[in-house]
Design a protein around this ligand. Structure first.
Ligand SMILES: Cc1cc2nc3c(=O)[nH]c(=O)nc-3n(C[C@H](O)[C@H](O)[C@H](O)COP(=O)(O)OP(=O)(O)OC[C@H]3O[C@@H](n4cnc5c(N)ncnc54)[C@H](O)[C@@H]3O)c2cc1C
Length: 445
């Protein structure tokens, strides 16, 4: 059976690993990046606590000894189910069984101005772009302070994070630590006290998907860190200079981080009728796309209802991984022609957690019903993330970085990489701007 998997995130990669060296199955794993991204730690890359390579793992390395899994670096453009093939920017791939595991992307809800000016964080590259902007912000603020340009200074010192889910909470907590520990050391001349961090949440509470206790405690922790938490507050627009709220209030800011919306990455070729709210593809309990043959979807891009999850599953790594496990077993059974052994998917919720800052986290475990907070919850959070990271070297590097940062309150990663322009004269008098491509040449500068 020729299995083509679109996306090597938590779901697609798990599936490919479970199908590795299984008889009767040939796998092509397609992703637009040649590495797996550990999204839960993006916010630490964005706030210069971890290097991007610490949370990335090369896909080809994972399948070095594989007899049946092949990796392709390609952007999926379209699927043609009638011909059973996938169209990508490097060519077409035929399949017997297709698995869509392309995850989600930032949803700006059609607001082009917001999308042009706010910073999303759904890929390692975007986390690096965010870090770059954060670091240049302080450089510009020092300059504005020197030039006594108060308007500009105020704008540069206001950072607005939109979305009170785990990503928004974790990011604002980490930025407040930069303000507290790093800015005073790196920029002794800068008035760090003038820096304001706003966390905007449209609903009545932050961490809305977690327990009341976790929601309330995280709010207290954030406020203790000096963050202005604004619930029932919706950002209407951002033009690059002013954030306008739905109630008409404004915040002058040079940086808005958008962590408030996700939409499924549905490839062209899946008709609109097969998708539901949040642009997710409706699947049955076997992860099969309803109304299609031999096409499956797992993870964030899939929408499945089951008793206890009548509004679909949360878009979490655990769901994607567990769906990858079940689908792998079913594909192996189907490859053997044993269609009676197929298993339905049942989500085992092992709990949710969020960290707010050093020694501060909240953890909810559903069975037995438990809630942890503070230092103990923070230790659980760290242990679990280390366990889930791919690669021994990555685990070691992340652990070492965390210990180093814990004791020094400092890190050596606040580097500003810019495209390097050099003027050469090929013809006398003619100046040519040469863009030395750097890792972050696409960064907003
Ligand atoms: C900042 C952040 C923090 C998070 N924190 C947590 C957390 O703490 N705990 C938790 O459980 N979950 C967390 N999540 C959610 C979790 O990361 C997702 O639920 C999970 O990644 C979903 O897995 P997936 O396989 O469906 O998609 P993904 O892991 O997103 O993988 C999708 C893959 O598809 C590839 N792809 C997409 N489009 C194309 C294309 N056109 N062509 C080729 N390849 C493509 C992408 O490159 C990617 O590798 C977080 C998410 C974010 C963004």
């Amino acid at each position: 059976m020729k299995v083509v998997i679109l996306g090597a995130g938590f779901g697609g990669l798990r599936l490919a690993r479970k199908l590795n060296n299984k008889a009767g199955v040939d796998v092509v794993l397609i992703d637009r990046f040649n590495f797996h991204q550990f999204q839960p730690l993006f916010y630490q890359v964005a706030t210069a606590s971890l290097d991007a390579s610490n949370i990335s793992f090369p896909l080809r390395k994972l399948f070095q000894g594989s007899k049946n899994v092949r990796v392709r670096l390609a952007n999926v453009e379209k699927i043609e189910t009638a011909q059973k093939k996938v169209i990508t920017d490097i060519g077409d791939f035929e399949y017997d069984t297709l698995v869509i595991a392309m995850g989600g992307d930032t949803n700006f809800f059609g607001n082009q101005q917001l999308s042009d000016n706010a910073f999303p964080m759904k890929s390692t590259v975007e986390a690096l772009q965010l870090r770059h902007r954060l670091m240049t912000l302080f450089e510009e603020a020092v300059n504005a302070q020197d030039e006594k340009d108060n308007n500009r200074f105020e704008r540069l010192m206001n950072i607005v994070v939109v979305g009170g889910g785990p990503t928004g909470v974790e990011l604002s907590g980490a930025i407040s630590e930069i303000k507290r520990y790093e800015v005073p050391k790196d920029y002794p001349e800068l008035n760090a006290a003038a820096m304001n961090i706003y966390l905007l949440e449209g609903g009545p509470k932050i961490l809305g998907a977690m327990s009341e206790q976790s929601s309330e405690q995280s709010r207290q922790y954030l406020e203790r860190l000096g963050i202005t938490v604004m619930t029932n507050t919706i950002l209407k627009d951002y033009d690059g200079e002013t954030a306008t709220l739905q109630n008409g209030d404004t915040i002058r800011t040079a940086m808005v981080i958008w962590a408030a919306g996700i939409k499924g990455n549905v490839p062209e070729g899946i008709s609109k009728e097969l998708t539901v709210k949040g642009n997710r593809i409706k699947v049955n309990r076997y992860c099969a796309v309803e109304g299609m043959t031999d096409v499956y979807a797992i993870g964030d891009v899939a929408y499945m209802e089951e008793p206890g999850w009548t509004n679909g599953h949360p878009q979490l790594a655990g769901v994607a991984i567990q769906q990858g496990d079940v689908l792998a077993k079913n594909i192996v059974s189907m490859a053997k022609g044993n269609t009676t052994a197929l298993k339905q998917f049942t989500y085992k919720d092992k709990g949710t957690m969020a960290t707010i800052g050093r020694n501060l986290a909240v953890v909810d475990i559903p069975k037995p019903k438990l809630h942890f907070k503070g230092f103990f919850a923070w230790m659980i959070w760290m242990g679990l993330h280390l366990f889930l990271l791919l690669g021994v070297k990555n685990r070691f590097s992340v652990f070492f970085n965390w210990v180093y940062k814990y004791f020094t309150h400092d890190q050596n990663l606040r580097l500003i990489f810019k495209p390097f322009y050099r003027e050469t004269s090929r013809k006398k008098g003619e100046k040519i701007k040469e863009n030395r491509e750097s890792m972050v040449s696409s960064v907003h500068v």
